[in-house]
Design a binder for this molecule. Structure first.
Ligand code: GTP
Ligand code: MG
Length: 136
């Protein structure tokens, strides 16, 4: 059965949205496999967002994701990678629909409350990075 990596970003933890976000995925029918509240180091942030290292906003992205605790999770369920992305809502705030997490809780691309793996390969990589191979 499929697994994905989801993470409530520092803005979501600070705004006390962890409970709501966990609740949404539980009510959908997904199963929480792993979870931890942690502060991401600069090194881990750079590895996690390596695909964006050449983007002009990379520095801001690393600063933001390391700015306070995140709530890192592994979830399991049928098509949880793509359905999880649908539940998060689009990256662009003009496209994240009401009813989605980003659509309901954020107005900006830089502080968008949640991260979710965007493919099977990303999910494998990110689960291993945050929880080790045992969590796959
Ligand atoms: P993640 O789940 O966080 O990976 O978001 P995503 O997959 O929806 O988007 P993507 O991987 O393309 O970008 C990663 C993150 O970079 C986004 O979630 C945004 O928070 C951030 N980001 C994207 N564009 C910008 C930008 O123009 N400025 C800033 N500061 N951040 C950006
Ligand atoms: Mg992404």
């Amino acid at each position: 059965i499929e697994k994905t990596f989801l993470m409530v970003k520092p803005d979501g933890v600070e705004r006390q949205l962890v409970g709501d976000i966990v609740d949404r995925f539980e009510r959908k029918g997904f199963t929480l496999c792993e979870a931890k509240l942690m502060t991401i180091t600069e090194d881990l942030a750079k590895q996690h967002y390596a695909e964006h290292s050449e983007r002009p906003f990379f520095g801001e992205l690393v600063d933001f994701i390391t700015s306070g605790p995140v709530f890192a999770m592994v979830w399991e369920g049928e098509n949880v990678i793509s359905v999880g992305r649908l539940m998060m809502g689009a990256t662009n705030p003009l496209e994240s629909a009401p009813g989605t997490i980003r659509g309901d809780y954020s107005t900006t691309v830089s502080h968008n409350v949640i991260h979710g793996s965007d493919s099977f390969a990303s999910a494998q990589r990110e689960i291993t990075l945050f929880f080790g191979e045992e969590a796959l």
